[in-house]
Design a protein around this ligand. Sequence first.
Ligand SMILES: Nc1ncnc2c1ncn2[C@@H]1O[C@H](COP(=O)(O)OP(=O)(O)OP(=O)(O)O)[C@@H](O)[C@H]1O
Length: 293
Amino acid sequence: MMALLEIKNVSKSYGSGSSKVDVLTDINLSVNEGEFVAIVGFSGSGKTTLINMISGLQFPDKGVVLLHGNPITGPGPDRGVIFQNYSLLPWLTVYKNIKLAVDEVFPKMTRKDKDKHIKKYIAMVNLSHAIEKMPSELSGGMRQRVSVARALAMDPEVLLMDEPLSALDALTRGTLQEEIVKIWSQDKKTAILITNDVDEGILMADRIIPLTPGPNATLGPEFKINFERPRILTEINRDPEYKRLRNEILDYLMEVGATRRQVSDQKYLLPNIQPTLPSKSLFGKRKKLVSNS
Ligand SMILES: Nc1ncnc2c1ncn2[C@@H]1O[C@H](COP(=O)(O)OP(=O)(O)OP(=O)(O)O)[C@@H](O)[C@H]1O
């Protein structure tokens, strides 16, 4: 069987000359239709870069990313992305944020069907009561749910999730984890989840693949997650196999993390430089350098 998605010998760097950083090196991954794969890794190791190359927002320097055997040339409705930062349009209601995406993917759908379709996904993430609200009137968890509903309403073949739940409180996070898995299994989607949370990976995925720390981050050995579905967190928490697996993955991550630190400690001596911020006084209120989207 041909894999739905194939990443072959992919490498990606940023910058050039002496400031060149080799972020990802020789990434190989093959994902079958209907699979749920979680990639866990350290912050800054290149997880977002990897997901961007699958979604078609960025391209490899070396190697290829194939979908159904064809190289990915850009973003497409076959891949739905759920980002970490919601990315909703602030001037549109919940309904209209989702409608905008649905209009784009299903231009021929009748108004009535479209309305039904949009409302179905809003109900699925339990936001029917907030359908006419603006993003500014919603909590972070609710915004993230809109973003989940929007990605699902586009009915993509592959669901790409870039730490979609990391900004949420534990309770909301747990609910959304369950909702995403439920929809994935009902709608027979293929899912790739990027996360820094091993427990999240164990709860949701069929396989966990670690991304080693950068630079030159690469995918490590895979860990199969064989717990029956539906998985109930409180139940698998008590399973000795859960503890064993969790420790095995964490041990692996710590080991590659520690090795990497040793290597980089020897290699680079970082100069002790304080950044100069464009503020009036060094001790005054810091100016906000980047605005949140
Ligand atoms: N456009 C860019 N130009 C230069 N360097 C970049 C660019 N984008 C990312 N990087 C660098 O590449 C590395 C990997 O970034 P990336 O965002 O893919 O990592 P990540 O694992 O998703 O990080 P995090 O977990 O913090 O979100 C980082 O060191 C980052 O500083």
